[in-house]
Design a protein around this ligand. Structure first.
Ligand SMILES: Nc1nc2c(ncn2[C@@H]2O[C@H](COP(=O)(O)OP(=O)(O)OP(=O)(O)O)[C@@H](O)[C@H]2O)c(=O)[nH]1
Length: 944
């Protein structure tokens, strides 16, 4: 044993406050602290108090900003076992305070453990929070899973030490390798092919996004799934290959799957946190039936606590704890099936004395497990239960191949187990059930403590060792690598044990089958420490197989030394490697989940960036189109309005002019009505009236026809505008012009109502007008003259009469004046009558004009026709406006959507960039958590 003081600066004095001094180790190192429930020195107690104040996450040991650089790491990160001997400085000797130094070293070890626990606890909280934020993000912006389709990689070369067909997926060794894995920048997302070989070279997502704006499938392909440890989504659907399922899933479904995955990951993180916060350590002692598990336990305790028997006996889990955890009372708490043990609630267990244990351990019908509170009689540096560092529980499990016990129950307890001690019979080697257990346990614990028991029974011990180690190499390569520390060949029954107080299962004071003082070296309270040469089988387990007294003296001594060595190793393994066993699962899981997060974040950052680029470009192109569309809408609106106005105004003007001229010229128009003579004058007037009305109606019809033509032109003008501005979007309408002007066509006859009057037949005004042209003659003469002039050629008889007057002479004329006048009037009347065909149309047309003017016929018809035109044009115009409005709104909506996607992508890009950084930061801090224990020479110094 080395006697050097590993801390430099002289010997340690009990009660003195200690610190590293003088060398580089001093910098940044915390003071010693004492934790756990064992006996403590004064200084350790003081330091314990300091630690108590600093036990929460975020204490003073870890820097406040969690800067990993400031954390002191106890040593290089490689896997190593603490050397047996601490280097000795020249000139230094083993000081008197050796014991305290060992205790302090243990405290230092515990302090590092606490540091790591704090760091991991904080990382768990941060990771859970990060996962929760990812969940929120995933709800808003469904995360993409990378969809690379890579050619299948060649299978890894078979390892000779690994059983074919099985993989240690979670083993610490593998995990350790995993921890070294720097989260490599993931491949940029590629479009997934649907079958192997397709797109083998992959297509950059940039190109893919540019080519295919539709969202890429968001799930992981089988190949890439391997890159994900925790967050991978495994789909099992019968008959469908994974890649097909992947492609058939909506992104929302993928988001939901990821959400579930995150939930279970958060749950697991919390259970890990619970585990690392649990200050106690559980050591499971398992192995095949009758391998000597109980005997081994008793040997460790140096007390015959658990019943030993050659036939299978332990059929329930027996958890051995220090008596201090039960208020100093030694007793057994048997927990009936279906109860959850709570020491403070007596209804959850039944209390028995230690001596009744023999009956309880076989009573698997009533009890599932029992808690045995015993006093570990050894001193703090030797005791496993009362070690001063950590509360330890030894769990003696029923034999793995016990018929009454389902092996799964042992596996189930693995979760809460920190250290597995596997007891194997030197005679039987590893059975099938043992191999199965070790293999499965390796998922959580690469290192296992192997106790090859009953070594005294073996004649060719070297061959036995060789064979066992060969099997260990195959079953647990990591354990094999450290076999000198982890694989021990012992004879548990060679260790002297004290009987349980109160005549426990060990029987009377002699222990089972011994009957003599079990301790070497008398009653110094340190049983079994110094195995004497003079011991016989009495005082030890004293089983029938024990070697004879004289013959086996040397062997016994060897057996005790072997066991002492085992105990030292086991203490190291339990106490030092507890960090590995308790914290490693948390570290491994954190590394995996953070690696996944980093990969996922990296991929999604790229996807978000691509999406951002795409929509930004889309917006850039959309903006002018939108502006153009708005302009087109107002332009087309104006143009259509103009078109309608112009067309209807034109139609109005045309109708008005045409009707006016038609009405004004109707008297001169040949209406095709023949004058039947004076006796048919009245009928003639009627016919004339009808003809005139028809003529006007016909003119209106003509105007309507022109209006139709104009409307058709107007409609096609609107269509051209529609095609110009809306292109394919324009919905062509069938215009049926014949449907225009269906009503009011023959309304005129009803509106215009006049009857020809007598005066209509004679156009006196016209006659008078003519009379005025012949001045100076008497009325009669005038009349006669007019009549005469008029009648020349037409009325020969009248000329004759005048000539006769001249012949008759003036005097005679005087006599003839009266008859002359009569004649003249008659002649006038005759003339007027003769003028009926001329004067009647004029009179009638004047009357018609007057009536039409009275009813405002021209204007109302012009208005009617132009309004109809306006109405006819309004429908296509409205449709065009609607189309344009729709186009603008569509673009507006598209723009709004694109802007929304742009903003979301921007947020996602920032979020995932931060997530890449954060997950890598946390991962780096987790990676720096060194679970290998303090630097060589510190913790080891307590190994006597
Ligand atoms: N020769 C020899 N016998 C041993 C040794 N260890 C235990 N035995 C004996 O082996 C038998 C079985 O021991 P136990 O400790 O009861 O074995 P176990 O594994 O606890 O058995 P179960 O609880 O029934 O699974 C007892 O008779 C012990 O005395 C040993 O190292 N050498």
């Amino acid at each position: 044993m080395s006697s050097s003081n590993p801390f430099g600066g002289g010997s340690a004095t009990p009660g003195s406050s200690r610190s590293f001094s003088g060398d580089r180790r001093n910098a940044g190192r915390p003071q010693y602290m004492t934790v756990g429930s064992g006996s403590t020195s004064e200084s350790a107690a003081r330091l314990q108090a300091m630690l108590d104040e600093d036990s929460g996450y975020g204490g003073s040991i870890m820097s406040g900003d969690d800067n990993a650089e400031n954390v002191w790491h106890p040593g290089p990160p490689q896997d190593r076992f603490t050397p047996d001997h601490t280097p000795v400085k020249p000139g230094e000797t083993n000081s008197a305070s050796e014991d305290e130094r060992r205790v302090l070293a243990a405290h230092v070890h515990q302090m590092y453990y606490n540091q790591n626990r704090t760091a991991l606890g904080r990382a768990i909280n941060q990771t859970a929070e990060t996962l929760r934020r990812l969940q929120e993000m995933n709800a808003k912006w469904p995360a993409h899973y990378p969809t690379v389709q890579r050619p299948p990689s060649p299978p890894p070369p078979a390892r000779p030490d690994v059983r074919p067909g099985l993989a240690h997926t979670q083993s610490t060794l593998d995990n350790h390798r995993g921890l070294e894995r720097v989260p490599s920048r993931p491949q940029p997302p590629k479009r997934a092919g649907t079958s192997l070989g397709e797109h083998q070279s992959g297509e950059s997502s940039n190109t893919a996004v540019a080519k295919t704006p539709e969202p890429a499938p968001r799930l992981v392909t089988p190949q890439l799934a391997q890159d994900f440890s925790v967050l991978k989504i495994e789909l099992k659907m019968e008959g469908l290959p994974q890649s097909e399922i992947v492609h058939s899933l909506e992104k929302q479904s993928v988001a939901a799957l990821l959400d579930n995955q995150i939930n279970s990951s958060i749950r697991h993180l919390f259970s890990l946190r619970e585990r690392i916060e649990d200050t106690s350590s559980k050591v499971l002692i398992t192995g095949d039936l009758n391998a000597g598990k109980s005997t081994f336990c008793n040997a460790l305790l140096r007390r015959k606590v658990l019943p030993e028997d050659q036939q299978p006996c332990t059929s329930i889990f027996c958890e051995v704890l220090d008596v201090r955890e039960n208020g100093g009372v030694e007793e057994v708490h048997a927990i009936p099936h279906g109860y959850v043990y709570n020491r403070n609630d007596e209804s959850t267990y039944r209390v028995f004395a230690l001596k009744q244990l023999e009956d309880i351990v076989v009573d698997s019908d009533h009890y599932s497990q029992c808690r045995i509170y015993i006093k570990d009689i050894r001193v703090v540096d030797e005791s496993l239960l009362n070690n001063g560092v950590v509360d330890i529980a030894l769990i003696d499990a029923p034999g793995l191949n016990n018929d009454s016990l389902k092996t799964t129950a042992v596996f189930a307890r693995q979760e809460e187990i920190d250290v597995v001690v596997f007891v194997v019979s030197a005679a039987n080697h590893f059975t099938l059930s043992a191999k199965e257990f070790i293999f499965n346990a390796a998922r959580e614990k690469a290192y296992m403590f192997m106790v090859v028991n009953g070594f005294d029974n073996i004649r060719d011990q070297n061959r036995c060792k060789e064979m066992i180690l060969k099997q260990v190499a195959h079953l647990s390569p990591a354990t094999f690598k450290e076999s000198s520390e982890l694989v021990h060949f012992v004879s548990s029954n060679a260790i002297p044990v004290a009987p349980a107080p109160g005549n426990g299962p060990g029987g009377d004071s002699g222990g089972s089958g011994s009957g003599s003082a079990p301790f070497d070296g008398g009653d110094d309270g340190k049983p079994g420490k110094d195995g004497g040469d003079d011991e016989g089988p009495t005082g030890k387990h004293g089983e029938p197989g024990s070697p004879p007294k004289k013959k086996g003296k040397g062997k016994e001594k060897q057996a005790r030394e072997d066991f002492d060595e085992l105990e030292s190793s086991l203490r190291r393994f339990v106490l030092e490697k507890r960090a590995r066993s308790k914290l490693a699962p948390a570290k491994t899981y954190l590394m995996n989940v953070l690696g996944d997060l980093s990969t996922l974040a990296g991929v999604n950052k790229d996807v978000a960036q691509n999406e951002l680029d795409r929509v930004t470009e889309e917006l850039r192109q959309l903006e002018p189109v939108f502006e153009q569309s708005k302009k087109a809408r107002s332009q087309a609106d104006d143009q259509v309005a103009n078109n309608i106005d112009e067309t209807s105004n034109e139609v109005y003007a045309l109708t008005r002019n045409t009707l006016n001229s038609s009405i004004s010229r109707i008297a001169e128009t040949d209406l095709g009505v023949q004058y039947p003579g004076v006796f048919g004058a009245y009928n003639y007037a009627d016919d004339l009236k009808v003809a005139m009305l028809n003529q006007i109606t016909e003119t209106v019809r003509w105007c309507e026809e022109r209006a139709r033509e104009k409307t058709v032109q107007g409609v096609s003008g609107i269509k051209s505008l529609g095609l110009l501005h809306l292109g394919d979007q324009y919905v062509d309408l069938t215009f049926r012009s014949e449907k225009m002007f269906r009503s009011r066509r023959d309304a005129l006859a009803r509106q215009v109502d006049f009857e020809p009057e007598l005066w209509d037949f004679f156009d006196f005004a016209n006659i008078w007008e003519r009379q005025e042209k012949v001045a100076g003659t008497s009325m009669a003469v005038t009349v006669a003259g007019v009549v005469g002039t008029r009648m020349i050629g037409g009325l020969g008889w009248l000329d004759g009469a005048l000539t006769a007057t001249k012949i008759v002479g003036t005097s005679n004329v005087r006599r003839l004046i009266v008859p002359g006048l009569v004649t003249a009037v008659a002649l006038g009347v005759a003339y007027a009558v003769s003028q009926i065909p001329n004067s009647l149309p004029r009179r009638l047309s004047a009357k018609l004009s007057a009536q039409l003017a009275h009813i405002d016929y021209t204007h109302s018809n012009s208005t009617r026709i132009s309004s109809e035109v306006r109405r006819a044009l309004k429908y296509p115009a409205d449709k065009l406006r609607e189309g344009l409005q729709h186009s603008v709104e569509h673009l507006q909506e598209q723009r709004r959507e694109t802007v929304k996607v742009q903003q979301e992508s921007e947020v996602a890009r920032k979020y995932f960039s931060n997530l890449v950084r954060d997950s890598n930061d946390i991962r780096t801090r987790v990676m720096r958590v060194d679970l290998e224990g303090p630097a060589p020479g510190i913790a080891s110094s307590y190994n006597g």
